[in-house]
Design a protein around this ligand. Sequence first.
Ligand code: CA
Ligand code: CA
Length: 145
Amino acid sequence: MKLDDFLSLDEQKRIVEAIAEAERMTSGEIRVHVTPTCDGDPLEQAREVFAQLEMYKTRQRNGILLFLAFESRKFAIVGDEGIDNVVPDDYWNSERDTLMGFLKRGEAARGIEGVIRSFGEKLKAHFPIEEDDVDELSNEISYAD
Ligand code: CA
Ligand code: CA
């Protein structure tokens, strides 16, 4: 499966916009990483990507990574300790399961945008936007080479 079969260019653009919009309400940072395949545990790989993208470099440790291995159909979410400490234990899994439902129906873009909005709401509740907000992590989708 090619990336554009999973997400069209237009949908990819909309996802970047959804991230920007969510981040207007919060100091938290959201990133999306897409890769064709994932062997093994997606959560483990997502944690590696989180480190590679240096997503821990936020002042309040409130970065969230959505990891999507579209060909392998494996997905994972990693929230840094600042946000992980304040959400319910099952929050990440429940968001992942919601997204999975959309993906199964072939509504990847809708599902991803929805989950980004939900991250935005969660982040906003705990890390509201501040006057001197900095975009600490790029809103662009990260693509595996
Ligand atoms: Ca920010
Ligand atoms: Ca950002």
